[in-house]
Each structure stands twice: as structure tokens, then as C-alpha cells.
Design a protein around this ligand. Structure first.
Ligand code: BTN
Length: 245
């Protein structure tokens, strides 16, 4: 991973660049990174603010030998690698909020967007996008997001070296990917749950249909969140909002 690394000053979205490269046949592990994105994409068709030089805006091309239903494992793996990077830096405590936001002090500092191209029962490729708010100051975060978004600099009180941080993410992503290939999902699950936000705690869950109190149990091989309601009944969630308390 990162043997082929392309760096751009400005792109619309590193996701789109990697999709094009995938179609041109670029290999597994190709990485695209940009100083600035003018049309950064978040999950659920949201925008992802990607100001110049303030963060890590990066997409990785993967060509895994996996059935499509296991693609969410790659997102969980990437979140684990990012949490390890932040943990290794010291002074901050990262947590992964299911499915894949990285929080520090309950505020989001990073998000992951996974896009898959599959045909029948085979993944053709996956574009794994990581956005990390690194050196934004509080003045760079829109006021209406102050309660829920932050940066590594704000939470740690220091400037971060973006180049070194990218290298460290790529190393940790690769070692976590190797562990996944050797030991399977259970190792990723163990590490993810170590950082898992509110795992083992009582939360309030809401879906389109209802809102209820439950204890978060852990994650499943298909990326689902397992939760246990107050009657002891467990269920798998594929899409839900988790609130604490
Ligand atoms: C989220 O909504 O939490 C996911 C955000 C993902 C943002 C990253 S930045 C690099 C890559 N390119 C994009 O346009 N989006 C992802």
C-alpha cells in the first residue's frame, strides 16, 4: 500500500480520481492524496469540508479477494488503523463510533467513505476514502459544528506533521490489513472493539422506525452493530443513529 502514491494540490474529490485510476487498471494499494478538495464527499451524500493543507484527504484503491458482503470489514479495518495512529501519537484517546467515525473527546475528527464496484459475487475494487481533520484551529471549524467536530490539533494542543502522519497511516493500514489476511476478521473485530465507542454501555438507538434503549455488544462480520435491548433480546443493526445515555 502506497507503493504508487499520487499527490495533487487540488482535486474535486480523491474518490473520483481513484475510481478513474481503478478503471485504468491501476494496482491494489494505489494511493491518492490531495492538499485540498473542492468537492469532498462524505457519507450519505453529504459534503466533506477539505480545506487546503489542514487535513489528510486520501483515497486508497483496494482489490481484495472477498465477496461483496465482507466489504464493510475493510472500513472497520481502516478505522482501526486510524485509531492506532492517533493512539500511538499519545496525549489523545481515539474512539471509533460505529460504523466508522473517529472521535476524540466525543467529537468527530475523522470519517471514512467506502465505495465498492462489484459484479455478481465478486468485488472488482474498493475505494477507501479517509478524511482526517489535522491542523484546523477552532476558527476553521464552522460554529454550528463546534459541539461535534474537531481536529487533532485542537484536541492535542499541537500542530501535526501531515507528511509523517500519512506515512504512519499507510504503515498501520498495511500491518492491520496483513493481520486481517492472516488471522481473519476476528482480529480486526477485537481491535475495533478495543476502540469502540460505548461498546458495553447503554445508549439510545434510533432508526427510521423506532427509538429504544440498548447496550452495544459489538460488531459483526458483515459490519453490522449488535445491540441488546433491555429485555435481553439481541439484534443486528445496519443503519441507525446512536445517542448516549
Ligand atoms: C464521512 O462522511 O464521515 C466520510 C468522509 C470521507 C471524506 C474523505 S476525504 C478523502 C476522500 N475523498 C472524498 O471526497 N471523501 C473521502
Amino acid at each position: 500500500v502506497g507503493q504508487h502514491l499520487y499527490h495533487f494540490d487540488q482535486v474535486e474529490s480523491t474518490q473520483e480520481v481513484v475510481h478513474q485510476m481503478a478503471k485504468q487498471g491501476k494496482p491494489h494499494g494505489t494511493v491518492v492524496i490531495a492538499d485540498e478538495q473542492v468537492k469532498g464527499k462524505g457519507r450519505m451524500a453529504r459534503n466533506w469540508d477539505s480545506p487546503k493543507g489542514k487535513g489528510i484527504w486520501m483515497s486508497i484503491l483496494l482489490r481484495p479477494n472477498l465477496p461483496p458482503f465482507q466489504a464493510p470489514q475493510l472500513t472497520l479495518l481502516a478505522a482501526t488503523a486510524l485509531a492506532k495512529m492517533m493512539d500511538a501519537h499519545g496525549g489523545i484517546t481515539p474512539q471509533i463510533k460505529w460504523p466508522n467515525d473517529i472521535l476524540v473527546n466525543h467529537k468527530k475528527v475523522s470519517g471514512i467513505l467506502t465505495e465498492m464496484q462489484a459484479e455478481q459475487d465478486k468485488i472488482q475494487y474498493v475505494v477507501l476514502g479517509m478524511g482526517i481533520n489535522v491542523n484546523q484551529g477552532i476558527e476553521d471549524i464552522p460554529f454550528d459544528l463546534h459541539h461535534k467536530a474537531s481536529s487533532l490539533k485542537i484536541e492535542s494542543g499541537q500542530d501535526w506533521n501531515i507528511h509523517e502522519t500519512v506515512q504512519q497511516i499507510l504503515r498501520l493500514f498495511e500491518s492491520t490489513y496483513d493481520q486481517y489476511v492472516d488471522l481473519g476478521f476476528k482480529e480486526v473485530k477485537r481491535q475495533w472493539e478495543h476502540y469502540g465507542y460505548r461498546i458495553g454501555e447503554e445508549v439510545t438507538i434510533s432508526t427510521m422506525k423506532r427509538t429504544w434503549k440498548a447496550t452495544l455488544v459489538g460488531i459483526e462480520p458483515d459490519g453490522a452493530l449488535r445491540a441488546k435491548d433491555q429485555g435481553g433480546h439481541e439484534e443486528k443493526l445496519y443503519s441507525a443513529e446512536i445517542h448516549w445515555g
